[in-house]
Design a protein around this ligand. Structure first.
Ligand SMILES: [Cu+2]
Length: 167
């Protein structure tokens, strides 16, 4: 934080000096450039949070899907590159296509946007449960992002028909 403020002040001082030497037009260009640079390094980092996570109850402890939303309030994108769980042997990322689904290695979390895993679209596949899940259980998922690192969330097991925002 301190470093970023220091940089801003330096850039500003440079702009003022440039005015004295070079005139108004140069000030506009230089000032705008300097501020953009400062903003990108200070407030631009990805700021992630996870919401609306749930796992529809799988039939007889079999393969389950997992859904969640990763919000990014920061000015830099990030990408989800790995998901694992202490309670399941395998968690993979899948994208649904018209007739099937395919595994993907990473999912983008856009700046000032969100990565949404939802029914019919991108989802997690959770296999090899250590203990057959029951309604109300929570499964820890460790989500690893390129820039942010790992975020751990407890994801509740819900009824098969559950959708976020309604019971
Ligand atoms: Cu799948």
């Amino acid at each position: 934080m301190k470093g970023a403020l220091g940089f801003r002040r330096t850039a500003l001082a440079g702009a003022v000096l440039a005015t004295a030497l070079g005139g108004g037009a140069f000030l506009v260009a230089c000032g705008a450039g300097g501020q953009d640079g400062g903003g990108a390094s200070a407030a631009g980092a990805a700021r992630l949070s996870v919401a609306d996570s749930y796992i529809p109850m799988p039939p007889a402890g079999g393969t389950a899907a997992g859904y969640l939303t990763v919000r990014n309030e920061g000015g830099e994108g990030d990408e989800l590159v790995k998901v694992s769980s202490p309670g399941a042997s395998s968690v993979t990322m899948h994208r649904s296509t018209a007739s099937t689904m395919e595994q993907v290695e990473k999912l983008d979390v856009p700046a000032h946007g969100a990565l949404q895993l939802a029914r019919g679209g991108t989802h997690l596949m959770i296999m090899g449960w250590q203990k057959a899940p029951v309604l109300g259980d929570e499964l820890e998922l460790d989500l690893t992002f390129t820039r942010t690192g790992t975020i751990s969330v407890k994801v509740p097991v819900k009824e098969l028909t559950y959708r976020p925002g309604q019971q």
